[in-house]
Design a protein around this ligand. Structure first.
Ligand code: IDC
Length: 520
């Protein structure tokens, strides 16, 4: 656990006192003996939240986004930032945004969502980031506690599982989390109080990750396109044009709409200098991506493809569905997009198509993802008969067992498996072995050294186990992500030059480790 800041320590001291105080007595509408009486008292005592001038606390009112984030910032001792509006909490909100507690699209700094009730999934994410950033939850154990788990959008999966694991979030009587509903001021007090209780010292210390040794650019990169030509899938193995096994290793971009500058020719070449022979261009559909700015996103994809081609590297065009969890939602657009790409790159052996990053939520393999894949694969095959196509699966491309039981008809098809070393372990590796045994070709088109939310850790020991496992099976991979965002999964430190080249000082712990694993 990170060291308690002075603020948390003070707040915790306040909490301890609060247990003995005549809790809530000061507010006309906080009933003595109510379930939340002690929670409200503790938060008021800690200086995190106040009542109203008329002597009420209004425990049943929904808490706004600004109020919730401001309380979290106060409890975590986060210094105020430079607000972009005159809103009373603009400084706290800006600081929280910059600290990576949430993204701009979840709560834009321009303020339109500040006074709206905060959705429960976002509240839990902010809370966990602020007070318990090291906690993780096991997917199987925690998701089973949440009766409406499929209603959760992918980006909240990890903090919500962590909050359940920590005992901070608890389901209602029906076991539902209701991710999109708001929460009352009383409920917010209870959440904060439980998180502070947990932060007070009951957590096991975070395991320190070993400091990786500095990778060196390699002299002559093996395994470029000029050497291997068109790829083909034989059995479960990716092979080159001569039928010899080949392994691709490299970086995935972050969202091209946010960090497109790191998908430039210079950046791609810089990873090649460390031995990478593939690059993945992650073109988000939602979250401000292709669906809202098609031309701009396609121009970035084209720049990445051209940059990879000029560097003799393979390149994956990734239709990065994420918050739009069912690929069927935009199947017509996807078929049209891939038909155009396959036409454009029909003679270019470098290009690999990844047709749906991570189906998630209420999707099924046989009812949604497989029919989607059949439609899009045939659109690609009409133009490009031999390019490798990568197919995702439900549960953020982890359900390879479902694909193995009912694979898509065709040649040169592979199935993606995504993992994050801080979240996924042996159970998912066993699933890979099961799928391979059934003859399913696997490509790890995205993995991270962090938890599944892109943060936490880094978990280099766990990552090492995973990469050794993949190496032993000749499985190719791309690491999330080549950008300088302030999150542990990023390979570059904030401010690293977008066009490369980089020195050791530009690489994060994750970047050093990952770059050192490109070359065999
Ligand atoms: C994450 C980014 C993070 C961003 C979030 C939402 O790291 O900065 O705020 O997406 O867009 C995936 C997704 C990938 C996620 C990544 C980490 O494919 O888009 O990136 N992840 O959460 N699947 C599992 C983890």
């Amino acid at each position: 656990m990170r060291k308690l800041s002075g603020w948390i320590a003070a707040a915790v001291a306040g909490l301890l006192l609060a247990g003995a105080a005549p809790a809530g007595a000061a507010f006309s509408d906080v009933r003595p003996g109510s379930w939340y009486e002690a929670d409200v008292a503790a938060m008021v005592e800690a200086g995190a939240l106040k009542g109203y001038p008329d002597g009420t606390f209004r425990p049943g009112n929904e808490i706004t986004a600004a109020e919730f984030v401001a309380v979290a910032a106060r409890l975590a001792g986060l210094p105020k930032g430079q607000g972009q509006t005159g809103h009373w909490a603009a400084g706290e909100l800006q600081a929280a945004l910059e600290a990576g507690w949430y993204d701009w699209d979840e709560l834009p700094p321009t303020g339109e969502g500040f006074n709206r009730p905060i959705p429960r999934q976002l509240a839990v994410k902010v809370l966990m980031w602020a007070l318990l950033p090291e906690v993780r939850g096991d997917y199987n154990t925690e998701s089973a506690k949440i009766s409406d788990f499929p209603a959760l959008s992918g980006r909240y999966y990890e903090p919500v599982l962590a909050a359940y694991a920590a005992g901070v979030a608890r389901g209602g009587p029906d076991g539902a989390f209701r991710p999109l509903d708001g929460l009352s001021r009383a409920e917010a007090c209870a959440l904060f109080r439980r998180a502070l209780d947990r932060a007070r010292g009951e957590l096991p210390p975070a395991r320190p990750s070993p400091e990786p040794t500095a990778p060196q650019p390699v002299e002559a990169r093996q395994g470029g396109v000029s050497e291997n030509g068109w790829l083909e899938v034989r059995g479960t193995q990716l092979c080159n044009e001569a039928g010899r096994p080949v392994v691709l290793r490299g970086m995935s971009s972050h969202g091209l709409q946010w960090y497109g500058q790191f998908a430039s020719e210079g950046a791609i070449a810089a990873t090649g200098a460390y031995g990478a022979n593939v690059f993945r261009a992650a073109m988000y559909t939602a979250e401000g991506g292709w669906l809202s700015q098609r031309e701009a996103m396609e121009a970035r994809v084209a720049a990445a493809v051209d940059g990879a081609v000029r560097n003799d590297m393979y390149v994956i065009i990734d239709w990065h569905i994420l918050s739009d969890g069912n690929p069927m939602a935009h199947v017509d657009e996807a078929a049209d997009f891939f038909a155009r790409m396959a036409e454009r790159y029909r003679d270019v052996p470098n290009v690999i198509y990844e047709i749906c990053n991570e189906p998630n939520g209420n999707v099924s393999w046989s009812g949604d993802v497989k029919p989607y894949a059949e439609r899009v694969v045939s659109a690609i095959r009409a133009k490009s008969p031999r390019a490798v196509v990568l197919i995702g699966s439900p549960t953020w491309s982890q359900d390879v067992h479902l694909a193995a039981a009912d694979p898509v008809e065709g040649t040169n098809l592979m199935y993606t498996l995504h993992f994050y070393a801080g979240t996924h372990g042996k159970a998912l590796r066993d699933r890979v072995d099961g799928a391979l045994a059934k003859g399913l070709p696997i490509f790890v088109s995205e993995w991270g050294t962090s938890r599944a939310d892109g943060s936490g850790g880094v978990f280099l020991e766990e990552a090492r186990v995973w990469l050794d496992f993949l190496d032993a099976r000749g499985i190719s991979w791309c690491n999330w992500s080549l950008c300088d965002k302030n999150e542990t999964s990023a390979a570059l430190r904030p401010g690293a030059p977008a066009g490369g080249p980089w020195t050791d000082a530009h690489l994060t712990q994750s970047g050093k480790f990952v770059f050192s694993r490109f070359a065999p």
